[in-house]
Ligand binder design. Structure first.
Ligand code: UDP
Ligand code: MG
Length: 324
């Protein structure tokens, strides 16, 4: 392949959390691909997201033997979104790809993605899942419902089944990193910043080794993040339902007063009244809860805490400017 006139640099960003088993396999594969793609240059930027296994020592060894390998090691587990942000912020490439290390985002697709981005007007070549052998029935259903829900609740476009796997231009990377919010939901952010994306469907293979790092609890938190970050519709629904109940209560008051004035006996109907009080009380707490969730997000934003904290890079642990 000889697409590049000036030597392009492609940055491959790889968030890793307890991935000692998969990093060597991924590195061998991406290294092979990079050789096939000469004269294009590569940098491999691994993010060690507070791993407890040998991930860091493997990355140190790779950085020692291959000067194209860089790494950022976090002081603790900050989550994949923080890893993606750190990678994008510190990447130097003309084109930047985000990839999972577990081979579910096959490195063999990079040449085709690079060819597409060079030969077309697209700013981004992104992948979405046609089928996902690895997912349980519950996770598949949950994902389908969630995409339907987010489509109804949010104006920001999101591709159902979108992976984080994508190759994008430097301009697009700058746009994403200019959104410096603490509560990050990158899939929605890509929709928000716009640009032209070409979507390619593929069958996502199984994780090559180890287990998924996303438990059901983490997935639900992530799904909530997506809704809260890109939609205020739950607050608006709460306000409308509140208004509806005010009207119903007003009508009921008029009916009860009229009935009492005509027939007397104001005591009848107290059980239904008790049920109504409990119901409305519950509803109020529920909506306070929704408001509380939004408020907690604002609280975290206004603190301006860093999205990640670096403990070490391939250059060592001293004098590192924490660009967060
Ligand atoms: N990951 C991470 N931090 C986390 C969880 C996951 O950097 O807190 C990385 C992980 O090492 C992998 C990618 O994110 O490279 C996707 O994770 P995983 O394969 O566990 O998720 P799934 O494919 O099941 O959604
Ligand atoms: Mg995976």
């Amino acid at each position: 392949m000889n697409l590049a006139k000036k030597k392009d640099l492609i940055s491959i960003i790889v968030p890793c959390y307890n991935e000692e088993e998969t990093i060597p396999i991924f590195y061998n594969e991406i290294n092979k691909i990079s050789k096939e793609m000469k004269p294009v240059n590569f940098e491999f930027l691994f993010i060690n997201d507070g791993s407890k296994d040998n991930t860091l020592s493997i990355l140190k060894h790779l950085a020692h033997t291959d000067k194209r390998v860089r790494f950022i090691s976090f002081s603790r587990n900050f989550g994949k979104e923080a890893g993606i942000y750190a990678g994008l912020k510190n990447s130097r490439g003309d084109y930047v790809a985000i990839m999972d290390v577990d081979m579910q985002d096959p490195p063999a697709m990079i040449p085709k993605m690079y060819q597409d981005i060079k030969e077309t007007k697209y700013d981004c070549i992104a992948l979405y899942t046609k089928s996902h052998a690895d997912y349980s029935f519950v996770r598949k259903k949950f994902t389908q419902w969630w995409y339907k829900l987010i489509k109804t609740l949010s104006k920001t476009k999101q591709m159902p089944g979108a992976r984080d796997f994508r190759l994008m231009t430097r301009q697009m990377v700058e746009a994403i990193t200019s959104l410096s919010e603490y509560n990050r939901y990158t899939k929605g952010m890509f929709g928000f910043i716009g640009f032209e994306t070409k979507w390619i469907a593929y069958d996502t293979p199984n994780r090559i080794k180890g287990k998924s790092k996303f438990s059901l609890r983490k997935l639900i938190k992530y799904a909530m993040e997506g809704i809260i970050a890109f939609s205020t519709t739950p607050l608006i629904i709460a306000a409308y339902i509140g208004l509806f109940f005010c009207l119903v209560a007003f009508l009921a008051i008029i009916i009860i007063i009229t009935k009492t004035l005509i027939w007397g006996d104001p005591v009848t109907g107290w059980p239904s009244l008790a049920c109504l009080i409990v119901f409305i009380g519950g509803l109020q707490l529920f909506f306070f809860g929704i408001m509380g969730i939004y408020l907690s997000k604002i609280y975290l934003e206004v603190k301006h805490r860093p999205i990640y904290i670096t403990k070490e890079t391939e250059k060592g642990s001293e004098n590192y400017e924490n660009k967060c």
